[in-house]
Design a protein around this ligand. Structure first.
Ligand code: DQQ
Length: 537
């Protein structure tokens, strides 16, 4: 009932009810996409962690099927925690996951499909050899989340397990000939004394000059490698060169090295995982998007947690960062469209984009800016973009901006979330700030309304683009064609369903021009358990 469940999403993946966290073991197998996820089958709070399982032909519509892995063995009785799938050399999938064992120690386990001919992969058999990796010489509380494995030129499998050594983030490296007997390398793949424990590491190649994603074992000249780790509530990544002969991974800058921390997303986005989609030669990123509402509200609404829209991920042309874009399949949900072209938005004005279902929408807009010579100076001492976004929020007048969208807005704008840009003069260059300002997103008090922000590495004398996917209680925004992404959760009281509106605003003194704006109503994806599928007509 949409009236009782104003925050349930229409095209973001969520199970029918209960708690969900990390995406696990995403893969493409025999024409079907699989998504597993950390799931509590009994309630809307974390616990009894099992692997939920959903399958899809298009990454948009999902059939939720039976649990794939449940905590019933001595080596996973306290939870079947995160892990990854690997397609083995003969084409069969295998899952490595963390078990919290009968003594609450973290161990790594293997599960294989009962029947590799079943494209749904409904039943999974845990290996008789479990646990395959025990926390010997590592703290048993900090030993989890195996990656997808890759093969070196010596045909040995390698896998990384997240850990901490002396309190610092570590990617432990294991090797195996047969995927069952694993030996830890003396040297971890990577270590950083500037962070704590690394959860859900991910390690994969990206192409330096191509437009395709790469399978996890690809190595070579035109390839760089990405290491992602989840810590401090965020997913950070570094880019480097991996030598499979020596298993050395060299990076510059390292995690926390420079004042620009690379993150997949500067909003709410955690414990992410990528996989290689061999059907479309792309690498796809999934992440858990938590609630920003009180725990008791989660229990009342009966569910907690979303998955992001799957994103195609590539090395950006600069080679210095990644860029992300919602998978093209999501565009099949676009329905009614409204368009604008070459529209001047004068300073201090706001206008509505009417005619679409604004609570469930996809908006793409590109802005052309005026001469930037009067742009404000980057305020000294305010170099942290998130802080800058909360100190100079959407209602703080500027020169070039703030300009952008007001989404999930009530008629009188009492409630709205502002997704916007501001352009500053830096040291000999212009600096583009992107913000998602939730401070006025809801009249409800208990909601976390922190602002998010990050810089966008684009030239503002060119166009600046923004895309926002709006789905009732989530706004995923992509600035500069996916160079900077910000995901927010919001819980409006007034701006729900048909009461929700979309506006463009410019709170700078200078006019800006909308080169193009397209906004679409989005149809709902079909996300159902198997027994609730609609019969074909
Ligand atoms: N969630 C899992 C762990 C992982 C954490 C447990 C990250 O395996 O480290 O549900 O959100």
């Amino acid at each position: 009932d949409p009236v009782k469940q104003p925050y349930r999403t229409a095209f973001h993946f969520q199970p029918p009810k209960n708690w969900m966290n990390d995406p696990n073991g995403p893969m493409y197998y025999k024409g079907i996409y699989h998504l597993f996820y950390q799931y509590n089958p009994y309630s809307a709070i974390w616990g009894n962690i099992s692997w939920g399982h959903s399958i899809s032909y298009n990454l948009v519509d999902w059939i939720d099927i039976e649990l794939a892995i449940s905590p019933i063995e001595s080596y996973d009785i306290n939870g079947c925690w995160s892990g990854s799938a690997t397609i083995l050399a003969e084409g069969n999938p295998a899952i490595l996951y963390t078990g919290s064992d009968f003594k609450n120690r973290q161990v790594q386990n293997l599960a294989m499909p009962k029947n590799v001919l079943d494209p749904y992969l409904r039943e999974w058999i845990k290996s008789d050899h479990n646990p395959l990796m025990a926390p010997i010489g590592v703290d048993p509380q900090f030993f989890r989340d195996p990656t997808t494995a890759w093969q070196g030129p010596d045909k040995k499998w390698r896998v990384v397990v997240g850990s901490q050594i002396n309190g610092h983030g570590t990617a432990l490296l294991y090797q195996s000939d047969d995927f069952v007997k694993w030996t830890r390398s003396d040297r971890p793949l990577h270590f950083s004394n500037k962070t704590g424990m690394w959860e859900c590491p991910d390690f994969y190649p990206v192409s330096v000059d191509g437009v395709n994603g790469l399978d996890t074992s690809v190595q070579g000249k035109n390839v760089k490698h990405v290491l992602k780790a989840s810590f401090n509530d965020h997913d950070y990544y570094i880019i480097g060169i991996y030598e499979p002969e020596t298993d050395r991974f060299s990076v510059s800058p390292d995690f926390m090295d420079s004042n620009v921390q690379l993150r997949y997303d500067y909003g709410i986005f955690y414990a992410s995982k990528t996989f290689y989609d061999s059907a479309k030669s792309r690498r796809i990123l999934w992440a858990w998007v938590t609630e920003a509402d009180g725990k008791s509200d989660d229990v009342d609404k009966g569910w907690s947690g979303l998955q992001s829209i799957p994103r195609s991920i590539l090395l950006d042309k600069t080679g210095k960062q990644l860029s992300q874009w919602p998978i093209e399949e999501i565009e099949k949900l676009r329905a009614k469209e409204v368009n604008l072209e070459n529209k001047v938005v004068e300073g201090g004005t706001t206008f509505e984009i009417a005619g679409i279902t604004s609570s469930q929408a996809d908006v793409e807009v590109s802005f052309v800016l005026p001469n930037l010579h009067d742009a404000e100076l980057l305020p000294p001492g305010l170099l942290d973009p998130q802080l800058l976004c909360s100190k100079r929020n959407a209602s703080t007048e500027g020169v070039i901006g703030p300009f952008g969208l007001l989404v999930l807005a009530s008629k009188d704008l009492i409630e709205h979330t502002a997704v916007f840009f501001r352009v500053f003069k830096g040291h000999g260059n212009f600096v583009v700030l992107m913000c998602s300002d939730q401070s006025r997103s809801s009249l409800r008090e208990e909601v976390d309304k922190s602002s998010f922000g990050a810089f966008v590495d684009v030239d503002p004398t060119d166009k600046i683009s923004l895309r926002s996917l709006i789905d009732h209680s989530i706004i995923e925004s992509f600035g500069g064609e996916g160079k900077t992404c910000i995901t927010a959760r919001v819980y409006p009281k007034l701006a729900i369903d048909k009461e929700s509106r979309l506006y463009v605003f410019n709170n700078g003194t200078e006019s800006i021009t909308i080169a193009n704006l397209s906004a679409w109503s989005m149809k709902g994806a079909q996300i159902f358990p198997l027994h609730k599928r609609r019969k074909p007509q």
